[in-house]
Design a protein around this ligand. Structure first.
Ligand code: 9PG
Length: 546
């Protein structure tokens, strides 16, 4: 597609001369950092795409990226599609290392013994476009050489966003003491005062009922949660950790018309949110605030709100067969759209009674188009995020939390410290029938696991990761027991939030036995700083049936 906004690319986005030495100079504890960098066993490559559902994975020793790597700085758009990156399954193709915010987004992190992965990069810079090409498998670069050459990098222990020069975060599990350097930006996670111990997790309705929810289904699940040994009880409630009960897609009239479907929820949502509060859970709600479908009132009544291309056609933001097929997105540069977003959040909190909001499909907030107002997409996006996450308290003074989903990583961490870091999981190991989605982030337990592993560098650094749900049920679930255990373990070790969608009404005795063994495993691991726990053999041995 043609880039409508290239002329607004700010010069400062491209980070020409940043070297490892520059990085170390900014570090108060430079020596410590230098030592840590030189530990070869802590290095491996974790490549990944630009938003939650883009591919993310870890290269094994000797593996290289599957094709050409294009590292594209902010606002140099290729397309307005959800993701353009081939994943680890693809044998060739173009790998978009980063396309939206100028973040480096090629991971270089740890793997035993081999040093950095055997690839080198050639940077060809034509105008504002940087491409990096893998051309010499077998050659090893040291981190300094890579950092000097690449405008995009990511090292376990450090990562840096080019949209906020100098915002360098260090992973607490590797470096102690200094949380951030010079940026003056809040440390992610701190915003809600969360630690791993206080992090909310819990139930969401999606990965079992999908959009077939109504008051009966939701309130029955809520009631049954207290009556069974499920992961939420055994892990969160027993440890007096906050637990969320989050209603997902299916409550609204249609996507983009955020009114309660009173056929399904005749009493509205407020009494249900109150019931969730009474049960001691945090009431959560899913919303895709930037989306519009043809069926929605916004599409009919506010045509001027739609993001349009230069031909005046609404920008297609994706395809979802569960909704209205194609969907569109808002022009978030508009003041009236921002006002609408503010009112939507206020309604969800004040009128409907929710205080954990899963805000989804946020990547469309970085799409480009013929904006109503001047400014670059990332500027519009930041303002919209400020509006979306502006409320930190309910009227009664209770904290409000947000989960970002389908979110562009680079620009969002300040607003969404809690974020989904992978594609949707699914109640089967893999599902290949998702061609229409147009990228590798198909709903699949396997793909979601690759993402959780491949973005483990993020957890506890810029984001607290939501790896998507753990499955422990056998009803409506094709996963084998060892697959369920594997997901439960990887999610716990390499991400921050444990969610599940199992219908607690229908847990079978075998499911409950499995649940107890997973909760025991979590208990055994929880004493450690489990962000730093490695997937070593003795960890796996803790699994009763592995
Ligand atoms: C609700 C769901 C769940 C889920 C979210 C998100 O590419 N796609 O078309 C696509 C569709 C849906 C989707 C992800 C990708 O899922 O991640 O947890 O909330 O919306 O509709």
């Amino acid at each position: 597609g043609e880039c409508l906004s290239c002329n607004t690319v700010p010069e400062g986005v491209v980070f020409d001369s940043f070297t490892l030495d520059d990085l170390l100079k900014t570090a108060a504890a430079g020596e410590e950092a230098r030592t840590a960098f030189s530990r070869k066993e802590d290095l491996c490559i974790q490549p990944g795409g630009w938003q939650s559902w883009s591919a993310g994975w870890e290269l094994g020793p000797g593996e290289s990226l599957p094709g050409k790597v294009y590292v594209i700085p902010e606002l140099i758009k290729l397309t307005n599609r959800q993701g353009d990156d081939p994943g680890p399954d693809e044998t060739a193709g173009h790998f978009i290392a980063y396309i939206r915010s100028g973040d480096w987004y090629l991971g270089i992190a740890s793997k035993e013994g081999d040093g950095l992965a055997p690839v080198t990069y050639r940077i060809n810079r034509k105008e504002a476009r940087i491409t990096a090409e893998i051309f010499a498998p077998g050659k090893t670069l040291n981190p300094g050489e890579i950092l000097a050459e690449l405008n995009v990098f990511l090292v376990r222990g450090y990562f840096m966003f080019k949209d906020s020069v100098g915002a360098i975060y260090r992973q607490e599990t590797v470096f102690k003491g200094i949380d951030f350097l010079r940026s003056g930006k809040p440390v992610p996670g701190r915003r809600y005062g969360w630690t791993k111990e206080s992090l909310p997790g819990g139930y969401e309705s999606w990965y079992n009922h999908y959009n077939r929810i109504d008051e009966k289904i939701i309130t029955e699940d809520l009631a049954a949660l207290d009556k069974t040994d499920n992961l939420i009880n055994l892990w969160y409630i027993r440890r007096k950790k906050p637990a969320v009960f989050q209603i997902d897609d299916g409550w609204e009239i249609t996507v983009g018309e955020w009114e309660i479907d009173t056929q399904r929820f005749p009493r509205g949502l407020k009494p249900i949110a109150e019931e969730i509060e009474r049960a001691g859970r945090i009431p959560g709600l899913w919303l895709a605030p930037f989306l519009v479908t043809k069926r929605s009132r916004n599409f009919r009544e506010k045509p001027e709100w739609l993001l349009r291309d230069h031909a005046g056609e609404p920008v297609v933001a994706g395809f979802n067969h569960l909704w209205d097929k194609q969907y569109y997105c808002l022009d978030i540069s508009r003041e009236d759209v921002l006002e609408y977003l503010k009112q939507l959040i206020d309604r969800a909190i004040d009128e409907w009674g929710f205080r954990y909001l899963k805000l989804d499909f946020l990547y469309t907030g970085l799409f480009y188009g013929n904006f109503s107002r001047d400014g670059a997409p990332h500027e519009h996006y930041r303002r919209a995020c400020e509006v979306l996450t502006g409320r930190t308290k309910t009227a009664a003074g209770l904290p409000v939390a947000y989960l970002g989903c389908g979110l562009p990583f680079g620009l969002s961490y300040r607003f969404f410290p809690l974020s989904r870091i992978g594609a949707d999981t699914r109640e089967m190991w893999d599902w290949k029938g998702a061609k229409l989605i147009g990228h590798v982030g198909r709903p699949s337990a396997y793909i979601s696991l690759l993402d959780t592993i491949g973005r483990s560098f993020m957890d506890g650094t810029v984001y607290i990761s939501d790896p998507d749900v753990v499955f422990l049920r056998s009803r409506n679930c094709k996963l084998k027991e060892h697959e369920k255990e594997c997901i439960a373990l990887v999610n716990f070790l390499l991400a921050g939030q444990i969610m599940f969608s199992d219908d607690p009404v229908h847990l079978e005795p075998g499911d409950i036995a499995l649940t107890r063994s997973i909760a025991e495993l979590y208990d055994a691991l929880a004493g450690d700083d489990y962000g730093a726990v490695r997937l070593e053999k003795d960890v796996f041995r803790l699994l009763s049936r592995s």
